[in-house]
Design a protein around this ligand. Structure first.
Ligand code: GLU
Length: 556
């Protein structure tokens, strides 16, 4: 076969040679050891929580080493594309502070190795495709429309299905494809004249009995059989399959580390063959296990339909991005939590992320753990940060709360400052949705008296105590003077201020200052549990506090 002629027939519009392309994608000049990583999502649906894992790994690997991290959009499968998915992806990644140096970003494409959307790189792939044809390493298979349809279906199956790599296509299917290797240039000319389309297949020289060793940075040393399938490189519309685009793009864009889901392990023999045929050096690979969830006692994959699968759920539920990021870090590196407790003031990006500390099996997704991590993360924020986080969230999800908080930002920030800072900060919020019930009593519009007064106190005592308290309250009292007054009034009605004495002989008293301050708490906040009363009153101010208590008295 005259391969040169075949290449011309198939790709008459391609005038460039691979070396011309290579000249436009020079090797990157980066410091020694710098890693170039990417994520390469397909805009085929909502963003899965699992996407944050490779994204964060890649981001850390690149930025910890002074390298480059970029976003490539793998839009080769137009049929599966979902409108708006790309925009959603880009915005969601930005929201989670997954910051790209290059590629498709919120501000458009940037970088010298573009275009970063694969459909726009069609000619680049075709240049290499033409070269493979010239070298007798690829061949066309012409089909009628109908045949193409079924081919596309089986190709999709091969690409997406998770399975063992030994079972790509059935033996007889592989053989059937190989029979198509026999054709003449005349057949090709005739097909082209009739307007028939072709897919370009690799001409595999592999023998599956032969195994090669391959080292995956997470899975370790793997034995991989050679590929013996004449898989598709270019589809009939001239757009590449994932395999072909992966080899060419990661080569041209200088990727040093490919981090991707372990469902791609089965395609590794194909990729090894492709890099060899194209004369490219392979990047290093990390195949990461799918996220798991616990169902009963067994581990199951976190599927698309599970709670927590869609990244957007976290935003809606009110997890701040930092909480999700911290949680991802705890799942990625087993020593992150220890580091976190030793370095409470550092940003998680200062943690020395290490591939070696990653688990080889799937991380277990757990909402309780996420909530715990989130409470800690929020407890480390300043009250301004809490205010900004919760108002942003509330504007989209709880407009009434947003209106209350933004009406008087200073007031709201004082509320959020309660118990903040110091060695043992309060941990009231796991999600921003927890803020409303926590702050509701600070606002007359949302205040509700939900809890009863202490059982030990008859109504008259509550009334009398509260009335005296209103009389005695002085905004200038400090915390201890304030409490002395509370105790004094308590004593007057037979409720001791001496807790020790009370514990020793409770029968000698009507009750204790625990009961009276409990009554004050219910009058003021409507609940039996709240932060420090003195502090609450300081924030609410004299008028609002005493007004609240007076209203309580008149309701009694
Ligand atoms: N487009 C592929 C996917 O979404 C990317 C895999 C890779 O990172 O190479 O699974």
């Amino acid at each position: 076969m005259d391969n040169e002629r075949l290449a011309e027939l198939l790709f008459p519009h391609i005038k460039e040679l691979p070396e011309d392309v290579e000249a436009r994608f020079p090797q990157r000049t980066l410091p020694e050891g710098a890693k170039v990583t990417r994520i390469a999502p397909s805009p085929t649906g909502f963003m899965h929580f699992g996407t944050l894992f490779p994204a964060r790994i890649c981001e850390r690997l690149a930025h910890q080493s002074g390298g480059v991290f970029y976003l490539r959009i793998e839009d080769t499968d137009a049929k599966r594309e979902v409108a708006g998915a790309e925009k959603d992806l880009i915005e969601t990644l930005a929201y989670y502070r997954i910051e790209f140096d290059e590629g498709v970003t919120v501000d458009g494409e940037k970088g010298d190795y573009g275009p970063y959307r694969q459909r726009q790189r069609a000619r680049i792939y075709q240049t290499y495709a033409k070269q493979l044809v010239r070298e007798g390493k690829a061949y066309p298979v012409f089909s009628t429309e109908e045949e193409l349809e079924s081919l596309a279906a089986s190709d999709k199956k091969t690409e997406i299905k998770e399975r063992d790599w030994h079972t790509d296509l059935a033996e007889d299917e592989k053989q059937k494809i190989k029979e198509k290797r026999n054709f003449t240039l005349e057949d090709v000319e005739k097909n082209l004249k009739e307007g028939n389309k072709f897919v370009l297949r690799i001409l595999s020289d592999g023998d599956p009995e032969k195994k090669t060793f391959f080292t995956d940075l997470i899975k370790g040393k793997l034995e991989v059989p050679e590929n013996d399938e004449d898989f598709v490189l270019l589809k009939s519309d001239g757009i590449p399959t994932y395999h072909f685009a992966h080899a060419i793009d990661d080569h041209l864009m200088g990727t040093t580390h490919v981090v991707r889901g372990e469902e791609w392990l089965s395609s590794l023999p194909k990729h090894i063959m492709l890099f060899r045929y194209l004369g490219f050096k392979m990047p290093k690979y990390m195949h990461i296990a799918q996220l798991m969830k616990l169902e009963g006692n067994s581990k199951k994959k976190l599927s698309k339909r599970d709670k927590g699968a869609a990244v957007s759920d976290y935003r809606r539920a009110g997890y701040p991005p930092v909480s999700v990021n911290e949680y991802v870090m705890t799942l990625l590196n087993s020593n992150f939590e220890e580091w976190r407790s030793q370095n409470p003031d550092k940003d998680y990006t200062e943690f020395p992320f290490s591939i070696k500390k990653m688990s080889t099996s799937g991380a277990l997704f757990d909402f309780d753990k996420l909530n715990d991590v989130s409470k800690n993360a929020i407890s480390r924020m300043t009250s301004d940060e809490v205010y900004d986080g919760v108002t942003d969230w509330a504007k989209e999800n709880d407009p009434e709360l947003a209106a209350l908080l933004t009406r008087d930002p200073g007031y709201a920030k004082k509320i959020f400052a309660i118990g903040r800072g110091g060695k043992k900060p309060r941990k009231d919020f796991a999600v921003w949705a927890d803020v409303r019930p926590y702050v509701s009593f600070f606002y007359d519009e949302t205040f509700e008296r939900t809890d009863p007064y202490p059982e030990k106190m008859p109504k008259e005592d509550v009334k009398a105590f509260l009335s005296d308290f209103v009389e005695a309250y002085d905004v200038n009292d400090d915390a201890s003077a304030w409490f002395e007054k509370v105790k004094e009034i308590s004593e007057k009605y037979g409720y001791t201020g001496d807790m020790k004495a009370y514990r020793q002989s409770p029968e000698s008293y009507k009750g204790s200052v625990g009961d009276t301050s409990g009554a004050l708490r219910v009058a003021l906040t409507g609940r039996t549990n709240s932060p420090d009363l003195y502090e609450i009153m300081k924030i609410m101010g004299k008028e609002r506090s005493l007004g609240r208590i007076e209203a309580a008295i008149s309701e009694l």
